[in-house]
Design a protein around this ligand. Structure first.
Ligand code: DOR
Length: 425
C-alpha cells in the first residue's frame, strides 16, 4: 500500500488542531485538507491523527537476553503502542559500546520494519563506569543519545570529562541518576511503607544527589544532559531551577511514576519492583506538575521486559522493571490532567527533538514530511490483558486495569504497520 488517505480524523500536532484528511504517497505526506480522496482509505473517524510517538527509553534485550524480548517483538509492541521511533537502551549483552553492536541493533530494527530503532550508546565501556566509551566513533555511526542506563556514572571526574568531550559532538548525555552507594540491596522506595514492611529502601536522595551533580557539571561544562525517569519531588524541583537558569537540560518521566505508588509493594509482588522505585503520592503529584509545566519534556516508558521465572522470585532476587510500550498512551490520557496537544507534545514532538530525529518524527504533519503517523481513538476503552500484549514478557503492573485510548493505526515511513489495532508484520 504505497498511496492512501487517512480520512475523517482530527489532526493534532505542534501546529494546532484541525479536522482534515491526510494523503500519503511514496513514504511522505502529500496533502492535508478537507475531503481528500484516494484509492485506499484508512478510516480515522472519531480518532486523533498525530505524529508518531517517540519513546526515549526502551529495553529491547537483544543481543543477549532474547528470552525476555527481541528487537522484533519490542518493535511490534512499540508500533501497537503508537510509537514510530524508539531509543534502544544499551544494557544488552554485549553492551552497546561499539559500532558493531549498535549497527547490528539498528539492522535488526530495519529488518523488523515496525518502527525506527535508534540504538543508544554507552557512556562508559561495558557500562562499568570506569573508562569513557568511544563516543566520537559511535556518534559518527549515528548514535545521538548516550547513557549507561541501569547504572549511573558514579565517578564525578569521569562524568566531567565525558561532558567536556561531548561538546564537540552533537549528542545528548542521558543519566540514570542513582548514587549506588546509597541503594545497595534496595527493593523499594525508602519511606514509611518500606519501614512498615521491613524492606530495604532506595532513598530519594540517591537520585537527587546525581541530578544535582549533573546539573552543576552541565553548568560548568555547557554539556547537554537528559535526565532519565525522574521520580522524586526534589528531582523535579532541581530540573525546574536548572531550566530557569538556562542550562541545556531535559528530562523524562515514566507512566508508572505518575500512576503507581510504593503502596503497591504491600503485595510483595515483584511486578512492582522497578528502578527508580515507585514512590509516594507527593512524588506522583510532582511528576504530574512537572509534565504540566514543561519541566519534564517527555513521557518515556522505560519498557523493561523480564521473563516470568525471574519476576516471580522474591523481591530481593527479582530484577527491576516493567512493560510500558502498549499502555503509555492510555495511562497518559487517563491519569494526566492534560489536553491532547500537550499529551502529543510529551509523547511525540519533544522526545523526537531530544532523540535528534525531528526531521522525520514528531511532526508537524505537513506535505513533504516523512509519513510517521499515529491514529488513535482517545475515548475507546480496553482492558490490559498481559497475554494479549506483543512483548515476549508479561510483566505489566496494569493487568486487568480498564483504560481508555486505543491505537488504531500506525504508519511508518508511509507504510501502515498497524491497521485496525493489528500489527501487519
Ligand atoms: O527498572 C529498571 N529496569 N530500571 C533500570 O534502570 C533498568 C531496567 C532494566 O534493564 O530492566
Amino acid at each position: 500500500m504505497d498511496e492512501f488517505v487517512i480520512k475523517g480524523g482530527t489532526v493534532i500536532d505542534g501546529s494546532g488542531e484541525r479536522i482534515a484528511d491526510v494523503t500519503v504517497s511514496a513514504g511522505r505526506i502529500s496533502a492535508i485538507g478537507p475531503n481528500l480522496s484516494g484509492s485506499q482509505v484508512i478510516d480515522a473517524s472519531g480518532c486523533v491523527v498525530s505524529p508518531g510517538f517517540v519513546d526515549l527509553h526502551v529495553h529491547l534485550r537483544q543481543p543477549g537476553r532474547e528470552e525476555a524480548e527481541t528487537v522484533e517483538t519490542g518493535s511490534r509492541a512499540a508500533a501497537l503502542g503508537g510509537f514510530t521511533a524508539i531509543v534502544a537502551m544499551p544494557n544488552t549483552e554485549p553492551a552497546q559500546d561499539s559500532v558493531a553492536v549498535v549497527e547490528q541493533v539498528r539492522r535488526w530494527g530495519q529488518d523488523a520494519g515496525l518502527c525506527e530503532v535508534l540504538p543508544s550508546g554507552c557512556l562508559t565501556i561495558g557500562r562499568a563506569g570506569e573508562r569513557m566509551a568511544p563516543l566520537g566513533e559511535l556518534a559518527a555511526a549515528g548514535v545521538h543519545l548516550f547513557t549507561d542506563d541501569g547504572n549511573g556514572v558514579q565517578d564525578p571526574l569521569l562524568m566531567r570529562r565525558i561532558m567536556e568531550y561531548s561538546l564537540d559532538l552533537d549528542i545528548v548525555l542521558a543519566q540514570h541518576c542513582e548514587v549506588s552507594r546509597l541503594t545497595t540491596g534496595a527493593v523499594m522506595h525508602e519511606g514509611c511503607c518500606s519501614s512498615h514492611l521491613g524492606l530495604p529502601g532506595w532513598p530519594s536522595i540517591a537520585e537527587e544527589l546525581m541530578v544535582h551533580r549533573d546539573i552543576e557539571l552541565s553548568r560548568l561544562t555547557g554539556a547537554r544532559v537528559h535526565f532519565l525517569h525522574l521520580s522524586t519531588v526534589r528531582s523535579v524541583d532541581l530540573v525546574r531551577a536548572a531550566k530557569a537558569d538556562g542550562l541545556r537540560v531535559t528530562a523524562e518521566a515514566a507512566p508508572h511514576h505518575f500512576t503507581l505508588s510504593d503502596e503497591m509493594l504491600r503485595t510483595f509482588d515483584a511486578t512492582y519492583k522497578v528502578n527508580p522505585p515507585l514512590r509516594t503520592a507527593e512524588d506522583i503529584a510532582a511528576i504530574k506538575a512537572g509534565l504540566r509545566d514543561g519541566t519534564i519534556d517527555a513521557i518515556a516508558t522505560d519498557h523493561a521486559p523480564h521473563p516470568a521465572h525471574q519476576k516471580e522470585q522474591a523481591l530481593d532476587a527479582a530484577p527491576p522493571g516493567m512493560l510500558g510500550l502498549q499502555t503509555a498512551l492510555s495511562l497518559s490520557l487517563g491519569e494526566l490532567d492534560l489536553d491532547l496537544p500537550q499529551i502529543i507534545a510529551l509523547l511525540s514532538t519533544r522526545p523526537a527533538a531530544i532523540a535528534g530525529v525531528a526531521d522525520r518524527h514528531g511532526g508537524p504533519l505537513a506535505p513533504g514530511r516523512a509519513a510517521n503517523i499515529t491514529v488513535f481513538d482517545p475515548h475507546a476503552s480496553w482492558t490490559v490483558e498481559p497475554d494479549r500484549l506483543a512483548s515476549k514478557s508479561r510483566n505489566t503492573p496494569y493487568a486487568g486495569r480498564a483504560v481508555r485510548g486505543v491505537v488504531r493505526h500506525t504508519v511508518l515511513n508511509g507504510v501502515p504497520v498497524v491497521r485496525d489495532g493489528e500489527a501487519l508484520r
